[in-house]
Design a protein around this ligand. Structure first.
Ligand SMILES: CC(C)(COP(=O)(O)OP(=O)(O)OC[C@H]1O[C@@H](n2cnc3c(N)ncnc32)[C@H](O)[C@@H]1OP(=O)(O)O)[C@@H](O)C(=O)NCCC(=O)NCCS
Length: 263
């Protein structure tokens, strides 16, 4: 299903809602490219082996799609999409309260097909496996096990800090969460991130809902431009976990809803 971005849609780029798990690998690649130089990610997942990290990331994406509680929007580059498939230039994952969540029309039709499908095999070193049937029946999201070589203490601290911030600043019953935003480096600075944010803020504004997120240093300026304000910050001492000797900060930000009648 193609999102209607109206006049704002650039000719080359189309915004699309993703509800089909066959996109999982492309989503993982888009995210991996954007974050591969991020010091936090490099310290959490230091193994320099895409054969291990990409299948794991893809399995996470696939499970998030199957769970049906995330809304995934991507920007497709129409100039680079053809018989080989669509080229995903940028990706955003939102958590939207059920009462506001856009319909995923593919789900109903897909249900029966999916029960016969296998999952993506998670890379070498996985310590547990989950059967696809088990996951689909309950439509539960269960994280795939971390790939071999992950920095478990750092991932644990990072997730605990994230959860603490979310408990404090995000009301999941009534507010949106932007859980992930990434643009393939070869497309950065061409407006793809802004197209994704524009979709999200319009959607949230139409429902009178705030949007919470945690920002990397590089993205803060962009979020401020769209109306987010810093509310808190977490600092991770990467040196303590075997990474570079620096404090890596993530900024918790909120954007309150704006009245759509005046925009
Ligand atoms: C943050 C990010 C998603 C922005 O995506 P994007 O598609 O480049 O965004 P836009 O093209 O809409 O540009 C946004 C702004 O950033 C600037 N920008 C982004 N990437 C740039 C680059 N590589 N070089 C120069 N400027 C860049 C743009 O000039 C623009 O600023 P302006 O409005 O003042 O001109 C992208 O840089 C990214 O994926 N970064 C790595 C992952 C990350 O940190 N994600 C954020 C998670 S919270």
């Amino acid at each position: 299903m193609v999102g209607n971005t109206g006049d704002r849609d650039q000719k080359r780029f189309t915004l699309k809602l993703i509800s089909d798990p066959s996109y999982a690998v492309q989503l993982a690649v888009a995210k991996h490219c954007a974050f591969k130089d991020n010091p936090l990610n490099k310290t959490m997942y230091p193994m320099d082996d895409e054969n291990v990290s990409l299948p794991w990331l893809a399995e996470r994406e696939r499970r998030a799609i199957m769970e049906g509680k995330s809304t995934i929007t991507v920007i497709i580059d129409n100039d680079d999409s053809g018989a080989d498939g669509e080229k995903i230039a940028a990706y955003a994952r939102w958590k939207i309260p059920a009462k506001f969540r856009p319909e995923n029309p593919d789900y109903k039709q897909r249900d029966d097909e999916d029960k016969q499908e296998g999952g993506i095999s998670v890379g070498a070193g996985s310590t547990a496996a989950l059967t696809v049937a088990e996951e689909l029946d309950g439509r539960k999201y269960i994280e795939p096990p971390l790939p071999a070589g992950s920095n478990v203490p750092l991932v644990t601290e990072f997730r605990a800090a994230l959860n603490m911030l979310r408990k404090t600043y995000w009301n999941e019953e009534t507010e949106y969460l932007l859980g992930s935003l990434s643009t393939d480096p070869s497309y950065q600075g061409q407006g793809c991130g802004s197209l994704l944010l524009d979709w999200g803020v319009r959607h949230a504004d139409a429902n009178g809902a705030a949007i919470y997120l945690e920002s990397t240093p590089v993205a803060q300026k962009l979020y401020k431009k769209f109306g987010w304000k810093a509310v808190d910050r977490m600092e991770l001492d990467l040196g303590k976990y075997g990474g570079p000797n620096l404090m890596h900060g993530l900024t918790a930000m909120r954007r309150e809803a704006r009245s759509t009648s005046s925009s």
